[in-house]
Design a protein around this ligand. Structure first.
Ligand SMILES: Cc1ncc(COP(=O)(O)O)c(C=O)c1O
Length: 378
């Protein structure tokens, strides 16, 4: 478990590095980390490969058992095994959720900025999209319930929640989630909650609670999406799951999935099970590194003029407000300094850039130095 080691990912066609192949630009964009995954996961993969046959594979009962135990331990959430639908990714999960909510032509409500595939999901499923901006309350991004009340329509069937929130790093607290639950109840909305970053909580005073774990009524209107892939840095082995307590909704979800969404493969199942069974020491050590990286990033940002950011409660992603730099093309400006950040526009706000700090401290220093140069050159 050495999170300071720099590993060259370029020979693996890693998406993050491929974007800037042949240039001197260092990538701090897409949300995977530069850390080698946990040894128990690598061991499980090696054992599974050594078997030699990698055929079609059912969900191993031992994986479901490990996942339920993980949910129980971490969230004190008792999930029935029948509620789980395994998926090759969270993105297919929220696309399927849009297809099971109401009928074509109905609308889906979401808040912005948000992980950009959220924007396409309603339309992919023949629904329309209603966007409501998050607002800043001091140092926190929060949902604007007055604006949500104004925006919701009689044909709105689904609220797409991202919690922990990508890109702002917020973890909604109990009061916020209960207020959202009451809003959903008032307007009879389903909630699709993307909680892929739930196990990446950095702030020691912040607790993540799945919205569906607040009681039966909320469970019955929720599709919760989770995965081990972000946390354990194995997103190239797609494996995720939906938790759907309502049997009718689960049936609709499975019907929407049929013939379109492939099943998960044996290596991804093996990695997921090892993550949930044996990954906790690695996760804790990795979180310690992310906390240190976040503290360093926050320190550098605080000293910079014309740039502001908010504390990251969870994720390895910082949402940087660079509007005062007055740049025409913010991503290109920083690329010219050798720094590849995620542009804010696809998330819904071009005044921001997203900085992924899930890397070794030395790489982080290079990225921060280039960021400083970019600010000075603006
Ligand atoms: C909020 C959120 N949801 C989903 C995903 C991707 O999920 P998957 O790779 O399982 O489709 C990401 C990846 O960055 C994400 O940030």
């Amino acid at each position: 478990m050495d999170f300071t080691r720099v590993i060259d990912r370029r020979p693996t066609a890693a998406t993050k590095w491929q974007k800037y192949a042949g240039t001197e630009i260092l990538p701090f964009w897409v949300a995977d980390m530069e850390f080698e995954t946990a040894e128990p996961i690598l061991d499980a993969l090696q054992r599974r490969v050594a078997h030699g046959i990698l055929g079609y594979t059912d969900v191993p009962a031992s994986l479901t058992e490990a996942t339920l135990a993980f949910l129980q331990n971490r969230y004190q959430w008792t999930v029935d095994p029948s509620w789980i639908v395994w998926l090759p990714g969270v993105v297919p999960g929220f696309n399927l959720a849009c297809r099971c909510a109401g009928v074509p032509g109905d609308s889906v409500l979401l808040t912005t900025p948000v992980y950009y595939p959220f924007f396409a999901a309603p339309e992919n499923g023949g629904r329309s999209r209603i966007e409501v901006p998050l607002v800043k309350d001091g140092q926190r991004w929060v949902m604007d319930f007055d604006a949500l009340e104004q925006a919701v329509r009689p044909d709105t069937r689904l609220f797409m929640l991202c919690n922990p929130q990508n890109p702002t790093g917020r973890v909604y607290n109990r009061e916020e989630l209960l207020a959202l639950g009451a809003f959903a109840e008032r307007h009879d909305l389903l909630i699709c909650s993307d909680e892929i970053h739930a196990e990446l909580v950095l702030d020691p005073n912040t607790v993540h609670r799945p919205i569906a774990s607040f009681g039966e009524a909320l469970a019955l209107r929720s599709i919760t999406l989770m995965a081990p892939t972000k946390t354990f840095n194995i997103p190239g082995l797609p494996c995720a799951f939906a938790i759907i307590a309502d049997p009718m909704l689960r049936r609709r979800f499975r019907q929407a999935q049929a013939g379109l969404v492939p099943s998960v493969g044996p290596l991804a199942y093996a990695a997921a099970e090892a993550a949930y069974r044996h990954g906790e020491p690695w996760r804790q050590a990795m979180l310690a590194q992310l906390r240190a990286n976040h503290a360093r990033l926050a320190e550098v940002m605080a000293a910079l003029p014309r740039v502001s950011t908010t504390p990251v409660e969870a994720t390895c992603l910082a949402w940087l407000d660079i509007r005062e730099l007055g740049l025409q093309d913010p991503p290109a400006h920083f690329e010219a300094q050798g720094l590849g950040l995620s542009p804010g526009a696809p998330f819904g706000d071009a005044n921001f850039l997203r900085f992924n700090f899930g890397c070794s401290p030395s790489l982080l220093e290079s990225g921060l130095a280039r960021f400083r140069n970019g600010v000075a050159a603006a």
